[in-house]
Design a protein around this ligand. Structure first.
Ligand SMILES: Nc1ncnc2c1ncn2[C@@H]1O[C@H](COP(=O)(O)OP(=O)(O)OP(=O)(O)O)[C@@H](O)[C@H]1O
Ligand SMILES: [Mg+2]
Length: 456
């Protein structure tokens, strides 16, 4: 693996002349490098397929012909297609500058002429190793980010007739630049729809930045959205980038938009109308390139009618409106959603549960789900934690009309509560008993005793 021996850097030397290889080995070893040497283009390819090097120092001429450098140039192209991030420094004969230039064109990072000057060669190698490491690190991070993003790709379950208009709008306007307002009761999936809209847009490789306007206090609103410069107010010790700038090129998701105080609405309206804004305390105007998706569970037209929300701002936000029906109006999706959450939680809590028994299934399909998909999600998480068998039972779901989750805890026996909390904490700590014990305020052995008692 790359980076395991960060202290000793590994250089691959490729030259068919033994005396040159020997001289290079000695020089590089004395500088603390590890070296390996190969004598043919084929051996170079094999070596870089087998392991990672920090830099390849290679001659351009091998046995086939010894002056044109053609063999080396062909090799360079092959190396580029194998591993474009491997820094290659080529060695050329004195006076063959054209070949050196051609080598650079084919992806070599630098060149030295033979006979080389030790100090110059060492400087070149050191620089290329550093640059190469930085480049590879950057590429790795980028790949990791992409993976993370893919993992977070939202899963939107929507087979019911009531959800078809939603899917239609997503596929029609998702890829466009239109601002979208998502409405629907709590827990209907507004967040997932926002993620999906972003994921299917041309902006998908750029950030999706969320601001929960319900959670912003009056004082921080402006600086949170637009950033500030050092000294703009007492606590502004350094410059700060706002969400609009963070979302540059991507999507800004304004959640709970109806909670935006009237005082701040003009400022948001301006950036939506003109694309312009300033950081707090600065007069420099920035131009925003963001798409706005917003969501609310309030009846926003009602807010407009009672003058709590500006009509002109709503007009900018709801170019397209998506309304999510409550779960009770899309019962066809309940089973699918339930299975999805069951798989998720069973895996997370490492429980071997394959499905629901008949009574549980019936209960899922008839319950009113005032808390919509989120309530279903939570009910199944709880059931997974409570369940002793391979099938979830109706009583595991803990669904009693009018009762919320916190009160249901009171209906459990002390043992049930203990077992519930222990499992939840263990999962939060990724199964690490020491950390779970610490979180629960128990000694490790006390936690082990309980794990045994509850058969966990
Ligand atoms: N159609 C769906 N398919 C799969 N998962 C869903 C779906 N709808 C909602 N969820 C899941 O249900 C949970 C609640 O959804 P989400 O947070 O998007 O709801 P919301 O409408 O934004 O709620 P709130 O109004 O409380 O903010 C999330 O865990 C989400 O992943
Ligand atoms: Mg939400």
């Amino acid at each position: 693996m790359r980076g395991q021996e960060s202290s000793s850097q590994r250089i691959l030397i490729a030259d068919d002349q033994p005396d040159i290889v020997e001289a290079l080995r000695l020089l590089l070893k004395s500088e603390g490098y590890k070296t390996e040497a190969v004598t043919s283009p084929a051996a170079v390819l094999k070596a870089i397929e087998d392991r990672d090097y920090d830099v390849l120092l290679m001659d351009l001429n091998y046995t086939r012909d010894t002056t044109s450098g053609q063999e080396g140039l062909d090799l360079l192209s092959r190396i580029q297609s194998l591993d474009g991030s491997l820094p290659v420094v080529v060695m050329t004969a004195w006076g063959s500058v054209e070949v050196a230039v051609e080598a650079i064109r084919r992806g070599a990072r630098d060149f030295v002429q033979k006979p080389w000057e030790n100090a110059r060669l060492l400087t070149i190698l050191k620089t290329q190793i550093e640059l190469g490491r930085a480049l590879r690190k950057g590429q790795r991070l980028e790949a990791e980010n992409r993976l993370l993003r893919d993992e977070r790709l939202p899963r939107l379950i929507a087979q019911s007739p009531a959800m078809q208009p939603v899917l239609e709008i997503i596929s029609r306007v998702g890829p466009s630049e239109a601002n979208v307002l998502i409405t629907g009761e709590n827990g209907t999936g507004k967040g997932v729809v926002a993620q999906t809209l972003h994921a299917v847009s041309d902006r998908a490789t750029k950030p999706l930045v969320t601001v929960n306007l319900g959670g912003l206090s009056e004082g921080v609103f402006e600086s949170e959205l637009f950033g500030h410069v050092k000294g703009a107010f007492t606590d502004a010790k350094i410059d700060r980038v706002g969400r609009f700038e963070m979302a540059e090129g991507g999507t800004l998701f304004l959640d709970e938009i109806a909670n935006l105080p009237p005082k701040h609405q003009p400022k948001l309206l301006r950036v939506l109308e003109t694309g312009e804004f300033e950081r707090v305390g600065s007069s420099k105007t920035h131009r925003a390139n963001v798409r706005i998706i917003s969501a609310t569970n309030a009846d926003i037209q009602d807010e407009v009618n009672s003058s709590r929300f500006r009509q002109d701002l709503l007009f900018r936000l709801n170019t397209v409106e998506v309304h999510l029906p409550p779960l009770r109006d899309r019962r066809e999706d309940i089973q699918l959603l339930a299975n999805h959450f069951l798989r998720q939680h069973a895996q997370r809590y490492r429980k071997n549960i394959s499905g629901f028994d008949t009574a549980a299934t019936k209960l899922l399909l008839t319950h009113g789900w005032p808390g919509n998909v989120r309530e279903l999600d939570h009910a199944i998480e709880r059931a997974v934690l409570m369940s002793q068998g391979e099938l979830l039972q109706a009583r595991d779901l803990g669904l009693q009309a009018g009762r919320d989750a916190s009160r249901r805890l009171e209906d459990m026996s002390l043992e049930e509560v203990e077992s519930f909390l222990i499992q939840k904490t263990l999962a939060q700590c990724d199964g690490n008993v020491s950390r779970a014990a610490e979180k629960l305020g128990l000694s490790r052995s006390a936690l082990y005793r309980r794990l045994q008692r509850f058969g966990l």
